[in-house]
Design a protein. Structure first.
Length: 256
């Protein structure tokens, strides 16, 4: 019979997290992206680089620059769905508890993964959790991520009042930086390859919700993504406080 200390040790064990970076001719982005995963302060993180048969030396660069991560060459351009599925399958085989999809043109802040995992550990019904996505070289809210916030009346109300919760439920999510529960993926299956590119994560999240798995977005776990928010001018911007210790410029269109 296992001792109480052994049970306590198992309960205290940190979950294993796989971060899948999918690349296709993405060499110029890989240094910052993969290094940010390695610099994460989250424990038990394994980085996977999956290459969709790049022609710019991306795969060889990743092998040379980051020899200690997992490297997978698909041998063909399988798109976002097919390429990520290759990485997801391998991460599942290796027994990871969580799997994060991270675009090659994005990078993590050091505490991002720890924050995302902490929420999912505390919320067992969450199957998907999107990071807070800001500009690649600044702290402006990503224009696509803003859609999740606008779909949450509670978030908008809290934003107006100047005090946001740690996370909010949503019907959607962003495949640019999406943490997923492995047990859920074993239940509902992987990304449908019919979605070669675009809307694939939306389909997966809706399938998960059909089976009872929730989706949410973080206001604290930060990823920077190369997707600049266009604005008509300085007069259409406002500053918002996203939590008690950080402040970001959202540059959202004004309501006036």
């Amino acid at each position: 019979m296992a001792s109480e200390s052994q049970h306590s040790s198992r309960r205290a064990a940190k979950p294993n997290v796989a971060v899948i970076v999918l690349g296709y001719n993405s060499r110029k982005w890989l240094e910052r992206c993969i290094q940010s995963v390695l610099d994460s302060d989250c424990q038990n993180v394994t980085a996977f680089y999956v290459d969709n048969d790049s022609r710019d030396g991306s795969f060889e660069y990743a092998q040379t620059r980051f020899p200690d991560i997992r490297h997978i060459q698909t041998g063909a351009n399988l798109g976002f769905a097919g390429g990520n599925n290759v990485g997801i399958l391998q991460a599942l085989r290796e027994g990871n508890d969580y799997i994060m999809l991270l675009n090659a043109d994005a990078w993590l802040e050091p505490d991002c993964l720890r924050e995302l995992v902490a929420v999912m550990e505390a919320e067992p019904k969450l199957g998907f959790f999107s990071a807070l996505i800001l500009g690649y070289d600044d702290r402006r809210l990503d224009k696509n991520w803003m859609q999740f916030m606008r779909m949450s009346y509670r978030c908008l109300q809290d934003l107006w009042n100047g005090s946001l919760e740690r996370w909010y439920p949503t019907d959607s999510g962003s495949g640019a930086a999406l943490l997923m529960r492995s047990s859920m993926l074993r239940h509902i299956g992987l990304i449908d390859p019919v979605f070669f590119m675009y809307f694939e994560e939306i389909d997966l999240i809706r399938r998960g919700r059909y089976h009872g798995y929730g989706s949410g977005f973080s206001t604290r776990g930060v990823v920077h993504h190369y997707n600049h928010l266009e604005s008509s001018g300085p007069g259409d911007r406002k500053s918002t406080r996203l939590n008690s210790s950080h402040e970001w410029i959202s540059r959202m269109p004004s309501s006036a």
